[in-house]
Ligand binder design. Structure first.
Ligand SMILES: Nc1nc2c(ncn2[C@@H]2O[C@H](COP(=O)(O)OP(=O)(O)OP(=O)(O)O)[C@@H](O)[C@H]2O)c(=O)[nH]1
Length: 365
């Protein structure tokens, strides 16, 4: 029940959203949230004042509700600027009229102007400063007017006014908590998106050099602590310069992307793969014997050899890889030493004719 309410609120907040990481995502959330709160408050007042047979406040609330729904629709059909601007106008009108004429300033209802000011600072962008400062100025003037005029409400008793003061306090606190929560969540998700971008190689979608080397450090340290075997492999595309020269750089990029996807699909879920640079990749296999690693790498070599990568003109580009493999040894104290051995293996694979896996098993430095 609670989770389905959460889902509905989530859907409403995302009304009119096009891009997941657009600049103004926070603003859109706050606009939609403000309309939701506004409509709910109008509906609430409509019910309460209808029951109390105070028709003019009830009608006022009904009109507010209808205009609020129009604003929400604007947001839904993409007229975001209109929705953005209509909200503070609606709120300012509602707060002033209710405070000055219906509830009386003793109700503290005019404290909702704080909401309007907060809304303006969150929702309007730098190029909308004109609207922002107008709304903030009007809100401050009207707030001071309510404070100074000290009107008595015609529709509320002093007990009702005390209830409204409590309601205003709770509603403002809730609003602020929700807005801060929205902003923090959004910052978190943008942050994690940025982190993914910083760790990903754009062309292949694999981990970039920085990330895969950071993984190498961690996996190596874990293996030493747990006294487990770990294996590093360096994979290099054969005659890649020739592929670029013959089919063009774009075709070269296509080969890199396709081969990367294939390599990522044939390694085991627990293995790591990343682009070391150019046409070179690193595979890290934790808690794996050299024999098992060789099997995985041989499967990778075979899969790449069997690939049919076609240029846009339908020409098949033959691709093979050479792979050097090395495992942790008792005397090894830095992961770079395994990597250097894997590199030696790669060199041997290239020297022996390419398209092969070469295991460096004889080093015990
Ligand atoms: N298309 C494309 N080419 C790249 C990229 N990064 C590096 N290269 C090219 O990869 C080629 C690597 O060539 P070499 O280091 O001579 O290696 P190779 O031709 O594969 O020869 P062997 O490794 O000995 O089999 C160079 O021509 C680089 O320009 C890239 O992101 N895209």
């Amino acid at each position: 029940m609670f989770s389905s309410i959460k889902k509905i609120i989530g859907k409403l907040l995302n009304i009119g959203f096009e891009d997941e990481f657009g600049n103004d995502l926070n603003q859109k959330h706050v606009v939609n949230f403000s309309y939701m709160m506004f409509c709910i408050s109008c509906l609430f007042m409509l019910i309460v004042f209808s029951l109390r047979q105070m028709s003019s406040v009830a009608i006022f609330s009904l009109v507010g509700l209808l205009i609020g729904l129009v604003g929400l629709r604007y947001s839904y059909i993409g007229y975001f600027s209109r929705a953005q601007l209509l909200m503070p106008i609606l709120k300012i009108s509602q707060i002033s009229i209710l405070s000055l004429f219906y509830f009386g300033t003793n109700s503290g209802f005019h404290w909702f102007f704080v909401n309007v000011i907060a809304y303006s600072f969150v929702v309007f962008r730098a190029d909308q400063n004109f609207a922002k400062y107008w709304i903030v100025s009007i809100s401050i003037v009207l707030f001071l007017m309510c404070e100074l005029l000290n009107t008595r409400g015609i529709y509320l008793t002093s007990f009702d006014q005390s209830v409204i003061v409590i309601f205003v306090f709770l509603a403002l606190s809730f609003n602020f908590a929700m807005v801060i929560n929205l902003v923090i969540n959004r910052l978190k998700s943008v942050n994690s998106h940025l982190r993914t971008l910083a760790e990903m190689d754009e062309l292949t979608g694999l981990s970039n050099r920085r990330k895969v080397l950071a993984d190498a450090v961690n996996i190596f340290a874990d293996s030493v602590i747990n006294r487990e075997s770990c294996v590093f492999a360096i994979v290099d595309l054969d005659h890649f310069k020739k592929i670029n020269d013959t089919f063009g750089h774009e075709a070269g990029d296509l080969v890199l992307a396709k081969v990367s996807a294939m390599m990522a699909s044939v390694i085991r879920p627990q293995d790591e793969i990343g682009r070391y640079g150019g046409e070179e990749f690193i595979v890290i296999m934790s808690d794996t014997s050299l024999k098992d690693a060789e099997v995985v790498m041989e499967r990778m070599r075979q899969s790449v050899e069997n690939m049919l990568i076609e240029t846009e003109h339908g020409i098949v580009i033959p691709v093979t890889v050479s792979i050097g493999v090395a495992a942790i040894a008792p005397s090894v104290s830095r992961y770079e030493e395994i990597l250097a051995q894997a590199d030696k293996g790669l060199y041997a694979a290239k020297r022996n004719g390419r398209n092969r896996v070469s295991v460096q098993s004889d080093y015990q430095s």
